[in-house]
Design a protein around this ligand. Structure first.
Ligand code: G3I
Length: 341
Protein backbone atom coordinates (compact mmCIF):
# COMPACT_ATOMS: atom_id res chain seq x y z
CA UNK A 1 0.00 0.00 0.00
CA UNK A 2 1.16 3.49 -0.72
CA UNK A 3 1.17 5.80 2.27
CA UNK A 4 -0.98 8.91 1.79
CA UNK A 5 0.94 11.59 -0.02
CA UNK A 6 1.26 15.17 0.93
CA UNK A 7 0.95 17.13 -2.29
CA UNK A 8 3.34 19.63 -0.80
CA UNK A 9 5.87 16.97 -1.78
CA UNK A 10 4.87 16.82 -5.43
CA UNK A 11 7.40 15.67 -7.97
CA UNK A 12 7.54 19.17 -9.39
CA UNK A 13 8.36 20.66 -6.04
CA UNK A 14 11.13 18.13 -5.44
CA UNK A 15 12.46 18.62 -8.97
CA UNK A 16 12.48 22.42 -8.60
CA UNK A 17 14.71 21.90 -5.60
CA UNK A 18 17.17 19.66 -7.47
CA UNK A 19 17.29 21.97 -10.48
CA UNK A 20 16.50 19.05 -12.80
CA UNK A 21 13.48 19.34 -15.05
CA UNK A 22 10.74 16.76 -14.65
CA UNK A 23 8.39 16.46 -17.56
CA UNK A 24 5.79 14.43 -19.37
CA UNK A 25 4.39 13.97 -22.85
CA UNK A 26 0.93 15.52 -23.10
CA UNK A 27 -2.21 15.20 -25.20
CA UNK A 28 -3.96 18.50 -25.79
CA UNK A 29 -7.30 16.71 -26.11
CA UNK A 30 -7.18 16.06 -22.37
CA UNK A 31 -6.36 19.59 -21.15
CA UNK A 32 -10.07 20.13 -20.47
CA UNK A 33 -10.21 17.09 -18.16
CA UNK A 34 -9.89 18.50 -14.69
CA UNK A 35 -7.98 15.61 -13.09
CA UNK A 36 -5.59 15.52 -16.06
CA UNK A 37 -4.81 19.23 -15.93
CA UNK A 38 -4.57 19.35 -12.14
CA UNK A 39 -2.14 16.43 -11.97
CA UNK A 40 -0.07 17.78 -14.85
CA UNK A 41 0.38 21.18 -13.27
CA UNK A 42 1.00 19.85 -9.79
CA UNK A 43 3.61 17.25 -10.77
CA UNK A 44 5.63 18.57 -13.70
CA UNK A 45 7.63 21.65 -14.64
CA UNK A 46 8.17 20.61 -18.27
CA UNK A 47 6.03 19.11 -21.01
CA UNK A 48 6.29 17.90 -24.56
CA UNK A 49 3.59 17.36 -27.14
CA UNK A 50 3.19 13.60 -27.57
CA UNK A 51 2.07 14.09 -31.17
CA UNK A 52 0.94 17.58 -32.12
CA UNK A 53 4.30 19.10 -33.07
CA UNK A 54 5.01 16.28 -35.52
CA UNK A 55 4.68 16.62 -39.29
CA UNK A 56 1.49 14.54 -39.08
CA UNK A 57 -0.28 17.36 -37.22
CA UNK A 58 1.51 20.53 -38.29
CA UNK A 59 1.49 19.72 -42.01
CA UNK A 60 -1.98 18.56 -43.13
CA UNK A 61 -0.87 19.34 -46.68
CA UNK A 62 2.19 20.65 -48.44
CA UNK A 63 1.18 24.31 -48.33
CA UNK A 64 -0.20 24.48 -44.80
CA UNK A 65 1.43 24.96 -41.41
CA UNK A 66 -1.16 24.34 -38.68
CA UNK A 67 0.23 25.36 -35.29
CA UNK A 68 -3.14 25.39 -33.48
CA UNK A 69 -2.62 22.33 -31.28
CA UNK A 70 1.08 22.90 -30.74
CA UNK A 71 0.25 26.42 -29.62
CA UNK A 72 -2.18 24.98 -27.07
CA UNK A 73 0.74 23.10 -25.50
CA UNK A 74 2.79 26.30 -25.32
CA UNK A 75 -0.14 28.32 -23.94
CA UNK A 76 -0.86 25.75 -21.25
CA UNK A 77 2.81 25.57 -20.30
CA UNK A 78 3.20 29.35 -20.13
CA UNK A 79 0.06 29.70 -18.02
CA UNK A 80 1.57 27.30 -15.50
CA UNK A 81 5.22 28.27 -15.64
CA UNK A 82 6.36 25.08 -17.35
CA UNK A 83 9.04 24.58 -20.00
CA UNK A 84 8.32 23.02 -23.39
CA UNK A 85 10.43 20.48 -25.29
CA UNK A 86 9.72 20.28 -29.01
CA UNK A 87 9.23 16.90 -30.72
CA UNK A 88 10.16 16.38 -33.56
CA UNK A 89 11.44 18.05 -36.73
CA UNK A 90 12.61 15.01 -38.69
CA UNK A 91 11.43 11.41 -38.33
CA UNK A 92 11.36 8.69 -40.96
CA UNK A 93 8.05 7.28 -39.62
CA UNK A 94 4.49 8.55 -39.10
CA UNK A 95 4.79 11.27 -41.72
CA UNK A 96 1.66 12.54 -43.51
CA UNK A 97 0.40 10.59 -46.49
CA UNK A 98 0.84 13.51 -48.88
CA UNK A 99 4.56 13.44 -48.06
CA UNK A 100 5.02 9.66 -48.17
CA UNK A 101 3.06 9.28 -51.36
CA UNK A 102 4.53 12.05 -53.48
CA UNK A 103 7.24 11.67 -56.08
CA UNK A 104 9.87 14.11 -54.84
CA UNK A 105 13.43 14.42 -56.05
CA UNK A 106 16.22 15.16 -53.53
CA UNK A 107 16.32 18.86 -54.38
CA UNK A 108 12.60 19.27 -53.70
CA UNK A 109 12.78 17.22 -50.51
CA UNK A 110 15.76 19.19 -49.25
CA UNK A 111 13.89 22.46 -49.77
CA UNK A 112 10.76 21.05 -48.14
CA UNK A 113 12.69 19.95 -45.05
CA UNK A 114 14.67 23.19 -44.81
CA UNK A 115 11.46 25.20 -45.05
CA UNK A 116 9.70 23.02 -42.45
CA UNK A 117 12.53 23.14 -39.91
CA UNK A 118 12.97 26.88 -40.40
CA UNK A 119 9.30 27.82 -40.07
CA UNK A 120 8.54 25.51 -37.15
CA UNK A 121 11.61 26.45 -35.13
CA UNK A 122 11.03 30.15 -35.80
CA UNK A 123 7.36 29.88 -34.86
CA UNK A 124 8.31 28.43 -31.47
CA UNK A 125 11.36 30.62 -30.93
CA UNK A 126 11.54 31.65 -27.28
CA UNK A 127 8.69 29.26 -26.44
CA UNK A 128 10.32 25.86 -26.94
CA UNK A 129 13.63 25.59 -25.09
CA UNK A 130 14.85 22.33 -26.65
CA UNK A 131 14.03 20.44 -29.85
CA UNK A 132 14.31 16.79 -30.73
CA UNK A 133 15.69 17.79 -34.12
CA UNK A 134 16.04 14.23 -35.38
CA UNK A 135 14.19 11.22 -34.01
CA UNK A 136 15.09 7.54 -34.37
CA UNK A 137 17.41 7.74 -37.39
CA UNK A 138 19.33 4.58 -36.45
CA UNK A 139 18.23 0.95 -36.22
CA UNK A 140 18.99 -1.34 -33.28
CA UNK A 141 22.42 -2.19 -34.74
CA UNK A 142 23.39 1.44 -35.13
CA UNK A 143 22.91 1.45 -38.93
CA UNK A 144 21.06 4.29 -40.64
CA UNK A 145 17.41 3.51 -41.15
CA UNK A 146 16.14 3.83 -44.67
CA UNK A 147 13.75 6.78 -44.83
CA UNK A 148 12.35 9.47 -47.09
CA UNK A 149 14.91 11.91 -45.64
CA UNK A 150 17.96 9.66 -45.87
CA UNK A 151 17.75 7.57 -49.02
CA UNK A 152 14.17 7.24 -50.37
CA UNK A 153 15.23 9.39 -52.17
CA UNK A 154 16.75 11.51 -49.38
CA UNK A 155 17.66 15.18 -49.34
CA UNK A 156 20.68 14.67 -51.56
CA UNK A 157 22.94 13.04 -48.96
CA UNK A 158 21.98 9.37 -49.39
CA UNK A 159 24.81 7.00 -48.51
CA UNK A 160 26.66 9.75 -46.66
CA UNK A 161 25.86 8.52 -43.16
CA UNK A 162 24.96 11.24 -40.73
CA UNK A 163 25.36 14.11 -43.24
CA UNK A 164 21.57 14.55 -43.53
CA UNK A 165 21.29 14.65 -39.74
CA UNK A 166 24.02 17.29 -39.59
CA UNK A 167 22.16 19.33 -42.19
CA UNK A 168 18.96 19.23 -40.11
CA UNK A 169 20.84 20.45 -37.03
CA UNK A 170 22.44 23.29 -39.01
CA UNK A 171 19.05 24.44 -40.35
CA UNK A 172 17.53 24.31 -36.86
CA UNK A 173 20.40 26.32 -35.39
CA UNK A 174 20.12 28.91 -38.13
CA UNK A 175 16.40 29.31 -37.34
CA UNK A 176 17.00 29.82 -33.61
CA UNK A 177 20.60 30.03 -32.37
CA UNK A 178 19.42 29.94 -28.74
CA UNK A 179 17.32 26.79 -28.70
CA UNK A 180 18.92 23.55 -27.49
CA UNK A 181 19.18 20.87 -30.16
CA UNK A 182 18.89 17.15 -29.37
CA UNK A 183 19.23 13.84 -31.17
CA UNK A 184 16.55 11.51 -29.74
CA UNK A 185 16.44 7.73 -30.00
CA UNK A 186 15.43 4.44 -28.37
CA UNK A 187 17.44 1.26 -27.69
CA UNK A 188 20.65 3.19 -27.04
CA UNK A 189 20.10 3.77 -23.33
CA UNK A 190 22.80 1.33 -22.25
CA UNK A 191 26.24 0.85 -23.77
CA UNK A 192 25.63 -1.21 -26.91
CA UNK A 193 26.11 -1.14 -30.70
CA UNK A 194 23.48 1.50 -31.13
CA UNK A 195 24.69 3.87 -28.43
CA UNK A 196 28.24 3.36 -29.74
CA UNK A 197 27.04 4.67 -33.12
CA UNK A 198 25.23 7.63 -31.53
CA UNK A 199 28.29 8.35 -29.42
CA UNK A 200 30.56 8.35 -32.49
CA UNK A 201 28.18 10.72 -34.27
CA UNK A 202 27.93 13.15 -31.36
CA UNK A 203 31.70 13.09 -30.84
CA UNK A 204 32.24 13.86 -34.51
CA UNK A 205 29.62 16.65 -34.43
CA UNK A 206 31.23 18.24 -31.37
CA UNK A 207 34.69 18.03 -32.94
CA UNK A 208 33.52 19.71 -36.14
CA UNK A 209 31.33 22.32 -34.48
CA UNK A 210 27.99 20.93 -35.65
CA UNK A 211 25.43 22.57 -33.35
CA UNK A 212 24.25 19.74 -31.09
CA UNK A 213 23.50 20.31 -27.41
CA UNK A 214 22.25 16.99 -26.21
CA UNK A 215 20.91 13.53 -26.71
CA UNK A 216 17.56 12.15 -25.70
CA UNK A 217 17.52 8.66 -24.26
CA UNK A 218 13.93 7.57 -24.74
CA UNK A 219 13.96 4.87 -22.02
CA UNK A 220 10.93 2.75 -22.90
CA UNK A 221 11.76 -0.17 -20.62
CA UNK A 222 10.01 -3.33 -21.78
CA UNK A 223 11.64 -6.17 -19.86
CA UNK A 224 11.74 -5.16 -16.16
CA UNK A 225 15.48 -5.82 -16.23
CA UNK A 226 17.31 -2.73 -17.41
CA UNK A 227 21.07 -2.76 -17.05
CA UNK A 228 21.24 0.32 -14.86
CA UNK A 229 25.04 0.22 -14.44
CA UNK A 230 25.41 0.25 -18.21
CA UNK A 231 22.88 3.10 -18.54
CA UNK A 232 24.93 5.05 -15.99
CA UNK A 233 28.14 4.39 -17.94
CA UNK A 234 26.43 5.51 -21.13
CA UNK A 235 25.17 8.76 -19.58
CA UNK A 236 28.66 9.29 -18.24
CA UNK A 237 30.35 9.03 -21.61
CA UNK A 238 27.87 11.32 -23.32
CA UNK A 239 28.04 14.02 -20.67
CA UNK A 240 31.84 13.79 -20.85
CA UNK A 241 31.55 14.92 -24.48
CA UNK A 242 29.98 18.12 -23.22
CA UNK A 243 26.41 17.41 -24.27
CA UNK A 244 23.38 17.24 -22.04
CA UNK A 245 21.37 14.07 -21.58
CA UNK A 246 17.59 14.20 -21.34
CA UNK A 247 15.62 11.10 -20.49
CA UNK A 248 12.78 11.77 -22.87
CA UNK A 249 10.16 9.01 -22.95
CA UNK A 250 10.43 6.95 -19.77
CA UNK A 251 7.75 4.33 -19.23
CA UNK A 252 7.78 0.77 -17.90
CA UNK A 253 4.99 -1.36 -19.42
CA UNK A 254 3.82 -4.39 -17.45
CA UNK A 255 2.23 -7.64 -18.72
CA UNK A 256 -1.59 -7.47 -18.57
CA UNK A 257 -4.56 -9.56 -19.59
CA UNK A 258 -7.01 -8.37 -22.23
CA UNK A 259 -9.02 -6.45 -19.60
CA UNK A 260 -5.95 -4.53 -18.57
CA UNK A 261 -5.45 -6.36 -15.26
CA UNK A 262 -1.86 -6.97 -14.27
CA UNK A 263 -0.74 -10.56 -14.74
CA UNK A 264 1.55 -10.19 -11.70
CA UNK A 265 0.48 -7.47 -9.28
CA UNK A 266 3.92 -7.63 -7.66
CA UNK A 267 5.31 -6.16 -10.89
CA UNK A 268 4.21 -2.76 -9.58
CA UNK A 269 7.02 -2.90 -7.04
CA UNK A 270 9.57 -3.97 -9.65
CA UNK A 271 8.37 -1.12 -11.81
CA UNK A 272 8.72 1.33 -8.93
CA UNK A 273 12.29 0.21 -8.33
CA UNK A 274 13.13 0.77 -12.01
CA UNK A 275 11.70 4.30 -11.95
CA UNK A 276 13.68 4.98 -8.77
CA UNK A 277 16.94 3.65 -10.22
CA UNK A 278 16.60 5.54 -13.49
CA UNK A 279 15.83 8.78 -11.66
CA UNK A 280 18.71 8.26 -9.20
CA UNK A 281 21.06 7.58 -12.12
CA UNK A 282 20.04 10.77 -13.91
CA UNK A 283 20.18 12.79 -10.71
CA UNK A 284 23.71 11.60 -9.99
CA UNK A 285 25.04 12.96 -13.32
CA UNK A 286 25.39 16.70 -13.55
CA UNK A 287 24.83 16.64 -17.31
CA UNK A 288 21.56 14.70 -17.08
CA UNK A 289 19.33 17.73 -16.92
CA UNK A 290 15.78 16.49 -17.53
CA UNK A 291 13.71 13.42 -16.87
CA UNK A 292 10.48 13.04 -18.77
CA UNK A 293 7.86 10.27 -18.78
CA UNK A 294 5.82 9.37 -21.87
CA UNK A 295 2.50 10.43 -20.38
CA UNK A 296 1.61 10.23 -16.71
CA UNK A 297 -1.71 8.43 -16.34
CA UNK A 298 -2.35 4.89 -17.53
CA UNK A 299 -5.65 6.25 -18.81
CA UNK A 300 -3.77 7.79 -21.74
CA UNK A 301 -0.73 5.88 -22.90
CA UNK A 302 0.40 4.56 -26.28
CA UNK A 303 1.29 1.20 -24.70
CA UNK A 304 -2.05 -0.63 -24.62
CA UNK A 305 -2.87 -0.15 -28.28
CA UNK A 306 0.73 -0.73 -29.39
CA UNK A 307 0.95 -4.04 -27.51
CA UNK A 308 -2.65 -4.98 -28.41
CA UNK A 309 -3.71 -5.20 -24.80
CA UNK A 310 -0.88 -7.46 -23.66
CA UNK A 311 0.94 -4.71 -21.81
CA UNK A 312 -0.11 -1.63 -19.92
CA UNK A 313 0.09 0.14 -16.57
CA UNK A 314 3.36 1.76 -17.66
CA UNK A 315 3.09 5.14 -16.00
CA UNK A 316 3.10 6.90 -12.61
CA UNK A 317 -0.65 7.26 -12.05
CA UNK A 318 -3.40 4.69 -12.62
CA UNK A 319 -6.51 5.22 -14.74
CA UNK A 320 -8.11 7.20 -11.93
CA UNK A 321 -5.07 9.37 -11.27
CA UNK A 322 -4.16 7.52 -8.08
CA UNK A 323 -0.39 7.54 -7.55
CA UNK A 324 1.25 4.13 -8.05
CA UNK A 325 4.33 2.82 -6.23
CA UNK A 326 6.34 4.11 -9.19
CA UNK A 327 5.21 7.64 -8.38
CA UNK A 328 6.23 7.26 -4.79
CA UNK A 329 9.63 5.87 -5.81
CA UNK A 330 10.31 8.67 -8.27
CA UNK A 331 9.23 11.26 -5.75
CA UNK A 332 11.56 9.79 -3.15
CA UNK A 333 14.48 9.68 -5.61
CA UNK A 334 14.01 13.38 -6.35
CA UNK A 335 13.51 14.11 -2.67
CA UNK A 336 16.74 12.32 -1.77
CA UNK A 337 18.64 14.49 -4.24
CA UNK A 338 16.86 17.72 -3.43
CA UNK A 339 15.53 19.62 -0.47
CA UNK A 340 13.42 17.13 1.45
CA UNK A 341 14.58 16.73 5.01
O1 G3I B 1 -5.65 11.68 -33.74
C1 G3I B 1 -6.02 10.54 -34.52
C2 G3I B 1 -7.49 10.25 -34.36
O2 G3I B 1 -8.22 11.33 -34.87
C3 G3I B 1 -7.83 8.94 -35.08
O3 G3I B 1 -9.16 8.60 -34.85
C4 G3I B 1 -6.93 7.82 -34.58
C5 G3I B 1 -7.18 6.52 -35.35
O4 G3I B 1 -6.05 5.67 -35.31
O5 G3I B 1 -5.60 8.19 -34.79
C6 G3I B 1 -5.23 9.36 -34.07
O6 G3I B 1 -3.88 9.61 -34.30
C7 G3I B 1 -2.98 8.78 -33.62
C8 G3I B 1 -2.06 9.66 -32.79
O7 G3I B 1 -1.11 8.85 -32.17
C9 G3I B 1 -2.81 10.46 -31.73
O8 G3I B 1 -3.32 9.60 -30.75
C10 G3I B 1 -2.16 8.02 -34.63
O9 G3I B 1 -3.01 7.09 -35.33
C11 G3I B 1 -1.06 7.26 -33.95
O10 G3I B 1 -0.19 6.69 -34.95
C12 G3I B 1 -0.27 8.20 -33.09
O11 G3I B 1 0.68 7.42 -32.37
C13 G3I B 1 1.74 8.12 -31.76
C14 G3I B 1 3.05 7.60 -32.34
O12 G3I B 1 4.15 8.17 -31.64
C15 G3I B 1 3.20 7.97 -33.82
O13 G3I B 1 3.27 9.36 -34.01
C16 G3I B 1 1.66 7.88 -30.26
O14 G3I B 1 0.53 8.60 -29.74
C17 G3I B 1 2.92 8.41 -29.57
O15 G3I B 1 2.93 7.99 -28.22
C18 G3I B 1 4.14 7.83 -30.27
O16 G3I B 1 5.27 8.42 -29.67
C19 G3I B 1 6.54 7.93 -30.10
C20 G3I B 1 7.50 9.11 -30.12
O17 G3I B 1 7.00 10.12 -30.95
C21 G3I B 1 8.90 8.67 -30.57
N1 G3I B 1 9.40 7.56 -29.78
C22 G3I B 1 8.50 6.41 -29.66
C23 G3I B 1 7.12 6.86 -29.14
C24 G3I B 1 6.18 5.68 -28.94
O18 G3I B 1 5.92 5.03 -30.14
Amino acid sequence: MIAPLSWAQSLRREADCTGILVGTAVRTSQFSESAYATTLVREFNMMQAEDVMKWSTIRPDRQTFNFTLGDQVVDFAQAHDMKVRGHTLLWGRHNPEWLNGADYNPGMLSELLRDHITKVVQHYRGKVFAWDVVNEALDENGEFRSSIWYDRPGIGLAGKGNAYIEQAFRWAHAADPDVLLFYNDAEGEAVNHKSDAIYAMVKDFKRRGVPIDGIGLQMHIFDLQPNVASIAANINRFTALGVQVHITELDVPLPTDASGNLRNPSDLLKQAEIYRQIAATCLSHRGCTALQTWGFTDKYSWIRSFFRGNKGSALLFDNKYNPKPAYRALNQAFGAAGCSP
